[in-house]
Design a protein around this ligand. Structure first.
Ligand SMILES: C[S@@+](CC[C@H](N)C(=O)[O-])C[C@H]1O[C@@H](n2cnc3c(N)ncnc32)[C@H](O)[C@@H]1O
Length: 220
């Protein structure tokens, strides 16, 4: 019987890496070690799936979304499953992530010439990305960031949208804003935080709650 490598298992623990980085006052410092450790172990981070997120696919399918050469940005793109999907729909797609390992792996996995991956930090965006994208997709990045940088992260995400462009944000939701938060991410968003995505010059078109996520503990 194989023995579990406890040391390797510990190194892979997202909660532990997050706790250490947050204690050091570095809200994004745990992502790169997590991707690097997972890669070294032949694994992927806990949130990764090989296909696009089903809620993104539902949203796109509902409206027969076509890129037709328009530009899209995927925030916190990880290993690129959502960006590859948008490229497949015909968007000229940039996936960016703060983790260089994630970006390297996404470039290696990519099968679309119209998808590219770059290292980028929401808190230090290249000026040329601001207002450059017809579609911006944010899934689960903001909820992985602590509350004191939430507003800044959402403002940075909205700044990517081209005039007349669109933003799709998917996150876990806190239906009870007063409920105590867990020590470790993700930290579901409040309605007030969701509303920041629609602050001018953007305008909220639709907020679509998906109820009873995780045994009814959260919505999305
Ligand atoms: C919980 S994961 C979600 C990944 C992907 N969006 C998904 O749905 O599977 C959050 C991602 O955001 C990235 N990230 C965190 N902070 C970031 C920042 N400041 N700028 C860019 N990417 C960031 C992380 O490296 C990670 O890939």
């Amino acid at each position: 019987m194989a023995e579990r490598d406890e040391a390797a298992f510990e190194r892979l623990s997202a909660d532990r890496l997050a706790a250490d980085a947050l204690a050091a006052g570095d809200p994004t410092g745990w992502f790169e070690p997590l991707y690097a450790n997972a890669d070294a172990a032949g694994a992927a981070p806990p949130w990764h799936i090989d296909e696009a997120r089903p809620l993104l696919v539902d949203w796109a399918t509902e409206q027969d979304l076509r890129g037709d050469g328009k530009t899209a940005a995927v925030v916190g793109a990880g290993l690129g499953s959502d960006a590859e999907y948008l490229a497949d729909l015909g968007f000229d797609t940039l996936g960016f992530d703060v983790s260089p390992t994630a970006v390297r792996l996404a470039n290696e996995r990519s099968t679309h010439a119209n998808a590219r991956y770059e290292v980028g930090d929401l808190f230090a965006l290249p000026p040329q990305w601001r207002g450059a994208f017809d579609l911006v997709v944010e899934i689960w990045t903001v909820q992985a960031l602590p509350l004191d940088v939430r507003a800044a992260s959402i403002e940075a995400i909205t700044s990517l949208v081209k005039p007349g462009g669109r933003l799709l944000a998917i996150a876990w939701a806190r239906t009870d804003e007063d409920a105590p938060l867990r020590a470790d991410p993700p930290w579901p968003l409040t309605r007030t935080e969701f509303d920041l995505f629609g602050a001018p010059p953007l305008k909220t078109v639709k907020i679509h709650p998906v109820e009873d996520f995780l045994r009814g503990e959260f919505a999305r």
